[in-house]
Each structure stands twice: as structure tokens, then as C-alpha cells.
Design a protein around this ligand. Structure first.
Ligand SMILES: C[S@@+](CC[C@H](N)C(=O)[O-])C[C@H]1O[C@@H](n2cnc3c(N)ncnc32)[C@H](O)[C@@H]1O
Length: 415
């Protein structure tokens, strides 16, 4: 089973750019002192994202330490999450770029640009040659000017692209577009902040304005923190739109435009992805005393468009994996949401698997889309038996390119 897409690693040029800005800011401080400043600020920002959830223009977009901490530590994570989402849009959800015309991207709540710039980079890595215009909106002027600086400083990563930024409070003020429509609209960890403490009706009206700016072949990619309430609100909003509005289709995370089965039921589960990522030696150094999770990203995901979703036979042959793979004594199992929109437990007998096959299946990730041949329902119709490894194949399984570790990095790690 080979990955269906190989994703480009986060560019070292950008990691180095952020670090250069950081040491320039405090030339009088030793590296260890700078690392300690960043570590303290990471704790403040993590608490703000996960605990206090208070956001305002001063939250992390106005102070240099906040911006540089975000850039060195959080920026690569949101970059990778949007790379995962866009790779799904392009390689699995039938997002079609304009033929020859420029690709128009809007990044809403762009901050310093992890999502928008990540999208430019991936499109170039996919050998897409159209010129690209990126429009970035945020209420933090400082973040927007950083984004322009990165775009200029690392231009080789996204040749033939232009960037335009606008400083706006987006909760109540979506600028009306006269004629222009966007091919991709990105909301990278920003919707939950912009629409904090909002009612469903407010979120629906806000999203209708965003949909109004989307081209007929365009796609809106939304990723948000993997928290139960945030993810449930995200899926409740997209379910409402696809059920009540004409020509609004949910492309992801499930198949056939299915609604998330979790938000409307009393369950501890909620819809989110968990994907492995690699982490640089600098991030590991920063993280060393903090021991935060740096080898995986968790995020809520949805994609909306005005074009219909791809059709799969509405049975259990195709599914999106939504649980870790569980290895028990006799069985290996996972939970999937199938193309009929329902949840199933898929199960293999371990005696039918070689050690290598068990290893490969253990590395399946939440968010992978699988094709299951010859699955058999048992007495319990929610349990699907799979008789052999060869009956499973990937439909969408992105994995990161493996980087050659440079001699310098190796030396760094032993000194
Ligand atoms: C977690 S950051 C994500 C930034 C960026 N999209 C990324 O992927 O790294 C959330 C962003 O939303 C912006 N934001 C929050 N509320 C906003 C509002 N009412 N108007 C404009 N921007 C807002 C913040 O300034 C911040 O840049």
C-alpha cells in the first residue's frame, strides 16, 4: 500500500527566516535566554488557544514576542494542516484549478500567512503553473506585514504570485466583492476565533457571505482546533448550510456529502483528524522542557463548495477512518464512517496478517480514506469483517516526504 500523495516538507528557508528575525530582535541575549522567552510565551498562547479562549486584536498579533513565538512554533503546524487539507482538495475532492487564468486565493484570518503561503507552496510543488494571487485578511496589521515580508524574502518558493493584504475586523465586516470570485477560500484556525461565542444563525449568515465570494468551481477549506465544542459548531454550521441552502455541498471529511454523525448525538466522540508530522531540531530544542506534542497535529476539517460532491456507492466499501487502529489479542480493528454516512467497526483477524501487514495497518491515520473489498457484515450489522490484507486499499492517504538529514543537522543533534 503506497501513499496516494507525497507532501512536501515545511521549507527550511521559512524556518530560518523566522529564526533570523528572532535573534535580530534581541541581539544582546544568548540563545538559551531567547529560547526561554519563547517557551514562556508558548505556554501563554497554548493556554489561550485551549483554556481561556479569549481573543482580541492584542491576543498574539501585536507583540513582537507573540508574533515570533507563533512563527517559530505554531506557524509550521498550521502550515502543515492546511497542506493536508489542500492536498485532499486537489487529489481527492476534485477541486479544479482554473485552466490558464490566475488562481485566486482568499485567506481569512490569515495572521502571518501559514495557510495562504502554505497553499502557494503546495500548488507550486504540484507543478501548477498558473499565476496565483493571494488576498489575506486579518485585524492584526503587524501579522499582515510579516506575511508580506515572508512572501518577498522567500519568493523562489512561489514564483509568479502576488499578495494583497487588508486589515479588517472580520466578525461584522466582510468586504463586498463586486465581480471577483475566489477559487480557494482558506480559514486556517481562524473561524473559531472570528465567530467566538456566536449562535448558529450568526455563523450561517456569516458563512453565506463567504460562500457568496466563491467561484462555482471553488472550494472553501476550513480547519479549526480539535476541540469538541469547536468541531461540533463547525459541523453543525456546514450541515445547516448543505441541508437548507441550494447548491452548498460538503466535500469533506466524509463521503457523498454526508453530515458529521457526531455533533447531533450525545456522544463523547467528535469529528477531527489526527495526522503524524515531523518536527525540526529547533522545534524540539524549544519544546524540550515543555514536552508538548510535536509529532502529530489534530484538527477539525470541513470543505464546502457550490459544485456537487463525487458519488460513491452508498454502502460500506468506502470509508474514512475516524479512530486509531486498535490491536487486541486476536483482532485488529478501526472505526470508519462509510459512504452511507454511518459508523462501522472494521475488523481483521490477526492470524490472517503477516507481521509486515500488521505493521502497515497500524500506521493507518485518522483521515485516511480506504476502499474495502469483500467486507462481510456479521450478526452485528455495525461490524464489518475483512478477510485479508489485500482487501484494503488506499483512496486517499497523504504522507510527508522523508528529508535527507543534512550533515549539519546530524552534527547539531550530537553536540
Ligand atoms: C490562530 S490564528 C491563525 C492564523 C493563520 N490563519 C494560521 O493558519 O496560522 C487566528 C487568526 O485570526 C485572526 N482573527 C481573530 N479574530 C479576528 C477578527 N474578528 N477579525 C480579523 N481577524 C481575526 C487573528 O488575528 C489571527 O491572526
Amino acid at each position: 500500500m503506497k501513499p496516494t500523495v507525497i507532501l512536501p516538507a515545511y521549507p527550511e528557508e521559512i524556518a530560518d527566516w523566522w529564526w533570523a528575525q528572532t535573534i535580530q530582535k534581541w541581539p544582546e541575549l544568548s540563545e538559551e535566554k531567547i529560547l526561554n522567552l519563547i517557551r514562556k510565551e508558548i505556554v501563554v498562547q497554548s493556554d489561550r488557544f485551549n483554556k481561556s479562549r479569549t481573543f482580541d486584536p492584542q491576543a498574539y498579533g501585536s507583540r513582537d514576542l507573540s508574533l515570533l513565538t507563533y512563527g517559530n512554533f505554531f506557524f509550521p503546524r498550521t502550515w502543515k494542516v492546511m497542506t493536508l487539507a489542500l492536498s485532499e482538495a486537489y487529489s481527492f475532492r476534485e477541486w479544479k484549478k482554473p485552466n490558464k487564468a490566475p488562481i485566486r486565493i482568499l485567506d481569512i484570518g490569515s495572521g502571518s500567512g501559514a495557510s495562504g503561503l502554505g497553499a502557494l507552496y503546495l500548488l507550486r510543488k504540484l507543478n501548477i503553473e498558473n499565476s496565483i494571487s493571494l488576498e489575506a485578511w486579518d485585524y492584526s496589521g503587524k501579522s499582515l506585514s510579516i506575511q508580506k515580508n515572508i512572501h518577498r524574502a522567500c519568493y523562489d518558493l512561489w514564483n509568479d504570485s502576488q499578495i494583497k493584504t487588508q486589515r479588517l475586523d472580520l466578525r461584522n465586516n466582510i468586504p463586498q466583492q463586486k465581480k471577483q470570485r475566489f477559487d480557494l477560500i482558506l480559514l486556517g484556525y481562524s473561524m473559531n476565533e472570528i465567530l467566538q461565542n456566536s449562535e448558529l444563525s450568526e455563523r450561517v449568515e456569516w458563512m453565506k457571505q463567504i460562500l457568496g465570494m466563491l467561484s462555482t468551481t471553488g472550494l472553501i477549506l476550513i480547519v479549526d482546533p480539535a476541540e469538541k465544542e469547536v468541531c461540533n459548531q463547525l459541523h453543525e454550521t456546514s450541515a445547516y448550510l448543505s441541508t437548507n441552502e441550494r447548491d452548498v455541498f460538503i466535500h469533506s471529511p466524509y463521503l457523498n456529502g454526508a453530515l458529521c454523525p457526531f455533533f447531533s448525538e450525545k456522544t463523547n466522540y467528535y469529528s477531527h483528524e489526527v495526522r503524524k508530522i515531523s518536527s525540526s531540531s529547533r522545534i524540539e530544542k524549544i519544546n524540550n522542557p515543555l514536552s508538548l506534542e510535536t509529532h502529530e497535529v489534530k484538527f477539525g476539517l470541513t470543505m464546502l463548495s457550490k459544485y456537487p460532491t463525487q458519488t460513491f456507492l452508498a454502502n460500506t466499501d468506502f470509508c474514512r477512518l475516524v479512530s486509531p487502529v486498535r490491536k487486541k489479542k486476536g483482532t485488529l480493528s478501526f472505526i470508519g464512517i462509510a459512504a452511507d454516512g454511518l459508523e462501522y467497526m472494521y475488523e481483521l483477524q490477526r492470524r490472517s496478517l503477516s507481521a509486515d501487514e500488521t505493521k502497515i495497518l497500524s500506521k493507518l491515520e485518522r483521515g485516511d480514506i480506504l476502499h474495502i473489498k469483500n467486507g462481510v457484515k456479521g450478526k452485528d450489522p455495525k461490524r464489518i469483517r475483512i478477510s485479508k490484507f489485500e482487501d484494503i486499499s488506499y483512496q486517499f492517504a497523504p504522507r510527508w516526504e522523508k528529508l535527507q538529514i543534512s550533515t549539519n543537522a546530524l552534527l547539531d543533534s550530537v553536540t
